[in-house]
Design a binder for this molecule. Structure first.
Ligand code: NDP
Length: 513
């Protein structure tokens, strides 16, 4: 086990710390405040920040929705959600919840938006001038455009010219369902908000272990020289879950794994693993590099040959944790002949000097045998080994595992001599357990993204060009996979609780540790 030195980074102001002086008085307006995201993620994250004394003072939180609710009813719901939802110390809830109020707003009723604007101005005292506003769209994606539009029309998107008051818009995923809809959504949002006002969320990027990849790669000299086609054979990036579609069949039937995971989270994991080092640690420079990487993705074939690069699967019935679970097609809300993929493995190449010819295998699936999210860098074998005669097949190449969850590890696998009089090789590893250290200074991914929105740091958010480049890569694949005659034959069923379709394992070199 490697011990981590407890001293913090010098000059690490990008590692947004709680108690940040950039936290200015603020009103947060949540649209869709009666929904799942609000009680499960947003309010617990805001409460966590409050408990860490890391919300601005004052910070008002206004929930909106079509439902007719009073402040107390909304607070009670949220408190029940917190009680059901985990291990929260609610001793400061009363004080926190005093900042929560609810306003009924129907997206089709402009008058109600005017009421909302009046309420926000009243809450901000001086007629609302100079107030900072954070608008969070916790709504079904079809409502992003009309609600953003209504925010603009009622005057809540305006920023003061002297820079005293700002207005920011947070947009959840999914951002579009193909390139055209993502571009249209961008156009609509940019008609009322400037790019610097828009925060397109991908909370995966805010996970400590994902952020740590760049620190690990670029704050050390020993890895970067190896981080290229000369030394790396291939890279495997996996986000696997044991859960099925749960309550989200309606959404998932439309999205499938390619939209739900590949276009966003997997692309971001690819980016942290593969981007070029930016010249400086600044949001726009890092986002430039991400966009450049997505632009460098080699397009996949648009004919039937695309299936040489992609395996799609759907879970059949099986057993998870000793419990029988139904097939995807038997889940409530799923069509009995659904062709929606719940599993994808895709082989991508990056057309630049660093990565030419190195395959990246991106894999994501539901109802798999384990919950794991990791990137494995598989190094090449030694060019000529004097040990090969002795070690035979047990001669394995080095690999480096960057574990995001549940194991938050960095692990290097290598070979050593086994103790004893004869020369034999055996695998060994060095590992660093990120989770064992600094538990008290970590915050939840949603708390981190909210904090960054409050301080105006775009580093962990999608920019328009990166978002569109990512869709541009995926769009032809989606069209082919969703419309071609061969789609039935190319959907591979796998038992729930297995490692995925057999064909997917044939696509990728086996893992040898
Ligand atoms: P919900 O489906 O629970 O909807 C949120 C709220 O939006 C509802 O409570 C409802 O409030 C309002 N709403 C629903 N339909 C309409 C409509 N047609 N017109 C106007 N308002 C409507 O969504 P979630 O809370 O689960 O998710 C919100 C967003 O966050 C989505 O874009 C989702 O993709 C994204 N997201 C969610 C995650 C989660 O864990 N839930 C995780 C990652 C992303 P009311 O009836 O009171 O108006």
């Amino acid at each position: 086990m490697i011990q981590e030195d407890a001293r913090p980074f010098a000059g690490s102001d990008h590692l947004v710390t709680v108690r940040d002086s950039r936290l200015e008085p603020l009103t947060i307006i949540i649209y869709g405040a009666t929904g799942d995201l609000t009680w499960r993620k947003l309010i617990p994250a805001l409460y966590e920040l409050y408990s860490l004394d890391s919300l601005p003072k004052p910070c008002r939180i206004v929930g909106t929705g079509r439902s007719e609710l009073g402040d107390e009813q909304w607070r009670d719901r949220l408190r029940r959600g917190m009680e059901d939802g985990g291990n929260h110390d609610l001793s400061r809830w009363e004080a926190f919840s005093a900042a929560l109020s609810y306003v009924q707003v129907h997206p089709d009723a402009p008058k109600q938006f005017d009421n909302l604007a009046a309420t926000v101005r009243r809450l901000n005292g001086d007629g609302g001038n100079g107030a900072n506003l954070l608008h969070y769209l916790a709504l079904p994606p079809s409502m992003y455009e009309p609600v953003a539009d209504a925010i603009v029309r009622c005057g809540l998107a305006t920023e003061d010219r002297d820079g005293v008051g700002w207005s920011r818009l947070v947009v959840e995923k999914p951002f579009g369902r193909d390139l055209a809809s993502a571009q249209r959504l961008n156009q609509k949002l940019l008609a009322g908000f400037a790019e610097h006002q828009i925060f397109r969320i991908d909370h995966y990027l805010a996970k400590e272990t994902v952020q740590n990849v760049l620190a690990f790669r670029l704050a050390n000299t020993i890895f970067e020289p190896l981080w290229n086609r000369n030394h790396i054979d291939h890279v495997r990036i996996v986000a696997a879950e044991t859960l099925g579609v749960e309550e989200r069949a309606g959404y998932y039937e439309e999205a499938g794994v390619l939209r739900d995971m590949l276009q966003n989270h997997m692309m971001q994991l690819l980016a942290v693993t593969a981007i070029e080092p930016p010249a400086r640690w600044e949001s726009e420079r890092v986002r430039d590099e991400r966009a450049k990487l997505f632009r460098s993705l080699q397009p996949l074939p648009t004919d039937v040959d695309v299936f040489d690069f992609i395996t799609l699967g759907q879970y059949a019935e099986g057993v998870i944790d000793g419990r029988p679970v139904p097939a995807y097609r038997d889940e409530p809300g799923v069509a009995p002949d659904s062709l929606t993929p719940t599993y994808a493995r895709i082989k991508v190449f990056i057309d630049n000097w660093r990565w030419q010819g190195v395959p990246f295998y991106l894999t994501s699936g539901k109802r798999l045998d384990r919950k794991v999210s990791e990137a494995v860098i598989q190094f090449k074998e030694v060019p000529n080994s004097m040990f090969r005669g002795l070690a035979g097949d047990s001669m394995t190449a080095n690999s480096l595992t960057l574990g995001f969850q549940p194991d938050e590890v960095i692990k290097v696998d290598f070979l050593t001599k086994a103790p004893g009089p004869r020369l034999r090789l055996r695998p060994a590893s060095l590992s660093f357990d990120y989770s064992a250290e600094n538990a008290e200074s970590r915050i939840d991914a949603y708390a981190k993204v909210l904090l960054d929105c409050m301080t105006g740091d775009h580093m962990l958010f999608w920019r328009q060009d990166g978002m569109e480049e990512s869709w541009r890569f995926l769009d032809p694949i989606l069209s082919r996979c969703e419309t071609c005659d061969e789609r039935r034959d190319n959907l591979h069923f796998y038992p729930a609780g297995s490692a995925g379709p057999q064909r997917a394992s044939e696509m990728m070199p086996p893992r040898r540790t």
